[in-house]
Ligand binder design. Structure first.
Ligand SMILES: Cc1cc2nc3c(=O)[nH]c(=O)nc-3n(C[C@H](O)[C@H](O)[C@H](O)COP(=O)(O)O)c2cc1C
Length: 210
């Protein structure tokens, strides 16, 4: 099967892209509005794109009525946000925070999650999240009126003590169980990992790994 994206409806491109580019990590983003109101919402058009500067990107759509989601508005207004990683323990609470509650409702209260103060930015981080990245907005790109890429720099990281080895900076896989977004309402656990050694050309010439 072949697909010419120029001749596909956007909703069909969406199905093909999110169906096959999987799993995607979930950024559970906390922000604070100019009115001081805290906000939390998940985004799976998300990834890391570099370490110097430490670059993370979110892809955020407008609401169907053409207005900005609270997350976008707050990031553009304040320049600060926190990306909280989602593990199995808080996956359902994350899903509650995607409900389009009317303004005045606190998603975090509805989900039974709590904020603790961040160290480098004003928005709080989710206390129940295993890892939080405090970010400053660097740049936004709007290709079309309804879609923005929000590019940020991570300025501070907080990790629960059990998920990281402080000597090596490596994660402890037995303690860190992030959830990945698949498509529709489907998610993935990391139930199995495997190792592949990357060779130099000299090593490969001597003893190529099949
Ligand atoms: C797992 C998951 C991933 C999502 N990913 C995105 C995304 O990448 N971009 C987006 O615009 N909305 C995404 N959404 C929808 C937003 O979370 C939803 O519109 C939310 O209500 C926005 O809240 P806000 O107005 O408080 O920012 C996702 C929802 C879920 C449950």
């Amino acid at each position: 099967m072949e697909f010419d994206f120029a001749n596909l409806a956007a909703k069909d491109r969406y199905k093909l892209l999110v169906g096959f580019i999987i799993p995607r990590p979930i950024a559970f983003v906390t922000t604070v509005g100019l009115d001081g109101m805290a906000n939390a919402a998940p985004f799976s058009f998300f990834n890391v794109f570099g370490e110097d500067p430490a670059t993370v990107v979110l892809g955020i759509q407008m609401r169907p009525d053409g207005t900005m989601k609270d997350t976008t508005r707050n990031i553009l207004d304040t320049g600060e946000y926190v990306i909280n990683m989602v593990d199995e323990a808080i996956a359902e609470q994350m899903n509650v925070c995607a409900v389009d509650f009317p303004s005045g409702h606190s998603e975090l209260d509805e989900a039974g999650l709590t904020l603790e103060p961040s160290r480098a930015v004003k928005p709080g981080r989710i206390a129940q999240s295993p890892v939080s990245f405090e970010c400053r907005h660097m740049h936004s790109i709007t290709f079309r009126p309804d879609r923005s890429l929000i590019i940020g720099e991570v300025v501070w990281m907080r990790a629960r003590d059990d998920v990281i080895d402080p000597q090596t900076f490596r994660l402890r896989p037995e303690a860190y169980h992030p959830v990945g977004r698949l498509y529709g309402n489907m998610y993935a656990r990391q139930s199995e990992r495997f190792e592949m050694v990357r060779q130099t050309f000299a090593e490969w010439k001597k003893a190529p790994v099949a």
